[in-house]
Design a binder for this molecule. Structure first.
Ligand SMILES: [Fe+2]
Length: 225
């Protein structure tokens, strides 16, 4: 009983969830306040688990976009195959943490879903000074990506703004604080500006109502990607 009360106190009211839902619908992007979807304990646990995952440097995104970022893969979604967790204990434990019932329910309300969302892909990003993520469209990696959820894991860095381009004339600049969660539709182009000082770290996961194979078609293999 006491536990149920604690869980409930952490959850957002229907009213607050609806406000986030409307903002996401209208703008295509919304910033969920720190301590809402993830507690300090959740963030510390993610930080602890990610240490066990190997890191790779990515200079070119899989959709041909320009990147310069360090990536730890948690769950992968290769074209023509269904998504799967990366081998090892930590990836499965991170996915389990992300999918906990109270968090999934709150997120489902913000995404306005009638059916459950699945996590198709999940990874950690680390951007030291000079790193950036070039303008890209998440849906180019998997046409079934609907929303990306970005958990901010760093406190002290400069630059690294998250910029979305809803149309040719408009841009929205976000500087979400530590613990905040950015939710954005995968059908809007966006980028991460170069980091100037400190280190920007985040956990990103891509949600979809489809759980089958990645239906992305690779047009050309001429460049070997
Ligand atoms: Fe992205």
């Amino acid at each position: 009983m006491a536990r149920a009360m604690n869980d409930r106190s952490r959850l957002l009211s229907e009213e607050a969830l609806t406000k986030y839902r409307i903002e996401l619908l209208v703008k295509g992007t919304v910033v969920i306040a720190p301590q809402t979807l993830f507690t300090q304990d959740d963030l510390a646990r993610i930080d602890q688990l990610q240490m066990e995952i190997p890191e790779e440097e990515v200079r070119m995104g899989d959709a041909g976009d320009s990147h310069n970022v360090f990536v730890k893969r948690v769950r992968v979604d290769p074209p023509g195959r269904p998504p799967s967790n990366v081998d090892g204990k930590a990836p499965g434990q991170i996915i389990e943490l992300l999918q906990r019932k109270d968090r999934s329910l709150a997120l489902k309300k913000i995404l306005g879903a009638s059916s459950d969302y699945v996590i198709r892909r999940c990874q950690m990003h680390r951007l030291p000074p000079g790193s950036f993520v070039g303008i890209h469209l998440d849906a180019e990696s998997d046409p079934d990506f609907e929303y990306s959820v970005i958990v901010q894991l760093a406190r002290d860095f400069e630059g690294g703004e998250f910029v979305v381009y809803p149309n040719a004339y408009e841009q929205q600049v976000f500087r979400p604080p530590f613990g905040a969660v950015v939710v954005t539709t995968c059908r809007i182009r966006h980028e991460v500006k170069p980091v100037h000082a400190g280190e920007r770290r985040s956990l990103v996961y891509f949600c979809s109502k489809r759980s089958g194979v990645n239906r992305r078609i690779i047009e050309s293999t001429a460049d070997g990607l």
